[in-house]
Ligand binder design. Structure first.
Ligand SMILES: *[C@@H]1O[C@H](CO)[C@@H](O)[C@H](O)[C@H]1NC(C)=O
Ligand SMILES: *[C@@H]1O[C@H](CO)[C@@H](O)[C@H](O)[C@H]1NC(C)=O
Ligand SMILES: *[C@@H]1O[C@H](CO)[C@@H](O)[C@H](O)[C@H]1NC(C)=O
Ligand SMILES: *[C@@H]1O[C@H](CO)[C@@H](O)[C@H](O)[C@H]1NC(C)=O
Ligand SMILES: *[C@@H]1O[C@H](CO)[C@@H](O)[C@H](O)[C@H]1NC(C)=O
Length: 308
C-alpha cells in the first residue's frame, strides 16, 4: 500500500473508530487490520468478549492467533475467529471482493510479511454437472461459472499471474465426510503458450500442509511438466494421459493427483478404481480415505494473490 493511501486510511480509521484511543493506536490499527467482506463458514469462533466499548479496543485486545474479528456494536461484543483449514487458509480472494449481504464485514489481520494476501482460485470442482473433458483452447482461455463453483481460470491467466515471480500455491481437498485436507508449495510458475504452459514448482511447505505432497516429482507430480489436454499430448508417458484421464493437467507419467478427472458422485466415489480416472489425490502416507481408489468431493487449487 502506498504511504499516502495508508495515511488516508489511518485518518479515516481515527475519525471513524476511536473515541478515546490515541492517534498512534489508530495508525497501528490501520496498518495491521483491514475491513473486508468475508464468508465465515470456513472459520470457527475462538472467543467472544462482551462489554467491549468500541471496535478499536476489540482489535487491540484480540489474540495474536485470531485471523478475523467481528465487533457488534449492538451488544458491544468482540468476536474472534480462527481458520479451520490451517493458518491463512480461509482467506479466499473470491470472498474478499464481495460486498453483498451473504458475507459479513469483518476485520482481518495483516500477515507476518505485513501484507494482506488472499488465495485466487484457478481450479475448483464442486459437483458433477460440468465436465472438465475440454480441449486445448478451452483450457487456455478458461471455462466454468465462477471461482466458488466449477471453474478453470485458464492457462493464459495463470501464466500472467505467475510470470514475474513464483507464487505460493495451495491445493485444498475435501472427502465425502466433509473432512478437509490442504497442502502448499512455494514458488509456482507457469510458462507461456510457446512452452505449452510448463509448470515449475518450489518446495513443499510441510508447515502449511495437513497431508503429504503429490506434486514435486515430475513422473507422478507436476514438476517441470508441460500441460496436456485430450487434443494436445505433451506428457512424459508413451500413453496419452489427458485423453485417457479425460481432462487437462500437467501430466508426467501420468499423475498421483487428478483434479480435472471424472467427478464421481456419492456413493460410487468411495470405491472407484484409478483406471476409471477419478478425481483422486494419492501420496505417500496420505490418510485414509484418500488414495487411488477414492474420488474426492471437492478440489480447489489456488495461487497467492494480493487483496484488491
Ligand atoms: C502470541 O502471544 C503469545 C502469548 O500470548 C506469545 O507467546 C507469542 O510469541 C505471540 N506470537 C506472536 C507471533 O507474536
Ligand atoms: C451479538 O449480536 C450479534 C448480532 O448483532 C449476534 O450475532 C451475536 O451472537 C451476539 N453475541 C452475543 C455474545 O450475544
Ligand atoms: C452445477 O452445480 C453447482 C453446485 O451445485 C451449481 O451452483 C451450478 O448452478 C450448477 N450448474 C448448472 C449448469 O446446473
Ligand atoms: C474446443 O471445444 C469448444 C467447445 O467446448 C469448441 O467450440 C471448439 O471449436 C473446440 N476447439 C477445437 C480447436 O477443437
Ligand atoms: C523462491 O524463489 C526465490 C527467488 O526466485 C528464492 O529466493 C527462494 O529461495 C525460493 N523459495 C523456495 C522456498 O523455494
Amino acid at each position: 500500500m502506498s504511504n499516502s493511501l495508508s495515511l488516508v486510511i489511518c485518518l479515516i480509521t481515527i475519525i471513524n473508530l476511536l473515541s478515546n484511543a490515541t492517534r498512534m493506536v489508530g495508525c497501528d490499527l490501520a496498518v495491521n487490520w483491514r475491513k473486508i467482506g468475508e464468508d465465515l463458514s470456513e472459520y470457527r469462533l475462538m472467543k467472544q468478549a462482551a462489554e467491549i466499548g468500541h471496535l478499536a479496543q476489540c482489535l487491540l485486545s484480540a489474540d495474536n492467533t485470531s485471523e478475523a474479528v467481528w465487533y457488534s456494536s449492538h451488544n458491544r461484543t468482540c468476536h474472534e475467529f480462527v481458520c479451520n483449514r490451517g493458518p491463512n487458509g480461509c482467506r479466499k480472494c473470491r470472498n474478499a471482493i464481495r460486498a453483498d449481504a451473504t458475507v459479513t464485514q469483518v476485520w482481518i489481520r495483516a500477515q507476518p510479511s505485513g501484507q494482506f494476501n488472499c488465495w485466487k482460485t484457478f481450479q475448483h470442482r464442486v459437483s458433477s454437472n460440468l465436465s472438465f473433458d475440454k480441449n486445448w483452447t478451452d483450457y487456455s482461455t478458461g471455462f466454468g461459472l465462477e471461482e466458488a463453483d466449477n471453474f478453470w481460470l485458464g492457462l493464459e491467466q495463470i501464466h500472467q499471474l505467475t510470470k514475474h515471480r513464483g507464487r505460493r500455491v495451495r491445493w485444498e481437498l475435501s472427502d465425502w465426510d466433509k473432512k478437509w485436507y490442504w497442502t502448499e508449495n512455494f514458488n509456482f510458475t507457469v510458462s507461456g503458450p510457446e512452452d505449452k504452459y510448463r509448470a515449475v514448482i518450489g518446495e513443499f511447505d510441510s508447515a502449511a500442509s495437513s497431508i503429504g505432497q503429490a506434486m514435486t516429482t515430475s513422473d507422478v507430480g507436476i514438476q517441470g511438466n508441460q500441460f496436456s489436454t485430450p487434443d494436445s499430448d505433451n506428457d512424459l508417458s508413451p500413453d496419452d494421459c489427458a485423453l485417457e484421464r479425460r481432462g487437462g493437467w500437467w501430466f508426467g507419467y501420468c499423475t498421483y493427483f487428478n483434479p480435472n478427472g471424472i467427478y464421481f458422485d456419492y456413493p460410487t466415489a468411495l470405491s472407484v478404481h484409478y483406471t476409471q480416472m477419478p478425481m483422486m489425490y494419492h501420496c505417500d502416507g496420505c490418510p485414509s480415505p484418500l488414495g487411488q481408489s477414492y474420488s474426492l468431493r471437492t478440489v480447489e487449487c489456488m495461487i497467492e494473490h494480493w487483496m484488491p
